[in-house]
Design a protein around this ligand. Structure first.
Ligand code: NAI
Length: 330
C-alpha cells in the first residue's frame, strides 16, 4: 500500500507507545484513525493529543482478549467511518519477566492471551470483513525481536511473539490473492509505557510466579526510556508497508541479525554447536557487562531490585543473572 489518504486504520494499543506512534504517523499520512485500548487514561491522553490536529480520530475502550467486545468494536468502526478498516494494526501487547521454571498458568494465560490471542481475535474479526469490503488493505502486527529466540526469563512473551511471527507468515501468503498485505514488525527496545503492563493484568489472572514490584516496574521504565522513539518506529513500519515487506526489522543490519538467529538454531542442533553457542553467549554477556559498566548502566541494579526473579516464596528456583545469560564458565 502506498496511498494512505482516507484509509481507515484500526490500531490496538493505539493510545500509548508504539501504537500511539502509529496513530500519529498514519494520521499525518491521511488515515482516519481508530484507537482501541484497554486503558481509559491512555485513551484520554491520546484524545487530548489529537484534539487540535486535523486527523479524524475515534477512540474505543477495548480489551482485545474479549471476542464479543472486539466484534462490537468492529461494528462501531463501520458505523463511524462507513467501512471496515483497510489498515489493521495489531499492536497491543504486555510483558512480564521471571524464570521460566517459576511461571504459572496465569502468567501464560495473560501474556499469551493478549500477545497471541489478541492478535488472533483481530485477524478473525477483521479479515473476513476486509475481504468482503473488497478494498484490499494491509495488516501490520507488532511482534518483537524476542519472537526469534527463547529466553530463560521471557518464556510466555517469547513463545507468544514467535507464534505471532509464524502466524503473520501464514496470513501473508493467504491474503495476497485479496490484495491485503501483511507485515510483522519486530523491534528490540521501544520508548513506551510497557513497564506498566502489569497494571492491566486482570484480577482472575493475577497469580504470578515472578517477583513483580514497584521497584522492578521502575527498573523496567529505565530500560524502556532508552528505546526507539515510537514515531521513528512507525515511520520505519510505514516504509515496510509501502514496500509490502513481511518482516520489518528496525535494526541497522537486519540481514545479519537474521543470519545470527539462524546460526543459533543450527548451533543448538548439535553437541559441537551447543559448545560454540554457549561460548558466544558468554562472550556477548561479558562484553555487555563491560559496556554497561558500574551503575547507573541499565542492568547494573537488576539484581538489587529483584528484576526477573521468582516470587519471593518460591525458594526452589536458582537466582538468575542477566536475563538469558548462561552460568559463568568454571
Ligand atoms: P505500551 O504499554 O506503551 O502500549 C501498549 C498499549 O496496549 C497500552 O496502552 C495498553 O493499555 C494496551 N493494552 C494492553 N493490554 C491490552 C488489551 N488486553 N487490550 C487492549 N489494549 C491493551 O507498550 P509498547 O511497548 O508500545 O507495546 C506495543 C507493542 O510493542 C506490544 O505488542 C509489545 O509487545 C511490542 N514490543 C515492545 C517493545 C518494547 O521495548 N517496549 C519491544 C518489542 C516489541
Amino acid at each position: 500500500m502506498k496511498d494512505f489518504t482516507g484509509k481507515v486504520a484500526f490500531i490496538t494499543g493505539g493510545a500509548s507507545g508504539a501504537g500511539l506512534g502509529q496513530a500519529k504517523v498514519f494520521g499525518e499520512a491521511g488515515c482516519k484513525i481508530v484507537i482501541a485500548d484497554v486503558r481509559q487514561d491512555h485513551l484520554d491522553e491520546a484524545k487530548a493529543y489529537f484534539k487540535d490536529k486535523k486527523v479524524p480520530v475515534h477512540t474505543i475502550k477495548l480489551d482485545i482478549t474479549d471476542r464479543k467486545a472486539y466484534a462490537a468494536a468492529a461494528d462501531e468502526v463501520e458505523k463511524v467511518f462507513g467501512s471496515p478498516p483497510q489498515l489493521l494494526f495489531n499492536t497491543a501487547g504486555v510483558n512480564t519477566f521471571g524464570p521460566a521454571e517459576a511461571s504459572t498458568f496465569e502468567d501464560y494465560d495473560w501474556v499469551i492471551g493478549v500477545c497471541l490471542g489478541g492478535v488472533i481475535n483481530g485477524m478473525v474479526t477483521f479479515v473476513p470483513r476486509m475481504i468482503k469490503a473488497g478494498k484490499g488493505g494491509h495488516i501490520a502486527t507488532t511482534s518483537s525481536m524476542g519472537g526469534f529466540m527463547g529466553g530463560a526469563t521471557t518464556a510466555p512473551y517469547s513463545a507468544a511473539k514467535a507464534a505471532v511471527n509464524n502466524l503473520m507468515e501464514s496470513y501473508y501468503q493467504a491474503l495476497k490473492p485479496y490484495g491485503i498485505g501483511v507485515s510483522c514488525l519486530c523491534p528490540g527496545n521501544i520508548k513506551s509505557n510497557i513497564a506498566e503492563a502489569v497494571y492491566t493484568r486482570p484480577k482472575n489472572l493475577e497469580n504470578t510466579g515472578y517477583n513483580v514490584t514497584e521497584k522492578t516496574i521502575d527498573f523496567l521504565r529505565t530500560i524502556h526510556a532508552q528505546g526507539i522513539e515510537p514515531v521513528e518506529l512507525a515511520k520505519i513500519l510505514k516504509k515496510g508497508i509501502e514496500e509490502d515487506v513481511l518482516y520489518i526489522i528496525p535494526v541497522p543490519n537486519p540481514e545479519q541479525m537474521l543470519r545470527n538467529t539462524l546460526e543459533r538454531i543450527v548451533n543448538y542442533a548439535s553437541a559441537e554447536g551447543i559448545k560454540k553457542q554457549e561460548e558466544q553467549m558468554r562472550k556477548m554477556f561479558e562484553e555487555m557487562a563491560k559496556r554497561q559498566g558500574p551503575a547507573p548502566g541499565p542492568y547494573a541494579n537488576m539484581g538489587d531490585v529483584g528484576f526477573a526473579q521468582a516470587r519471593k516464596d518460591i525458594t526452589w528456583v536458582k537466582p538468575t543473572g542477566m536475563p538469558g545469560a548462561p552460568p559463568p564458565k568454571k
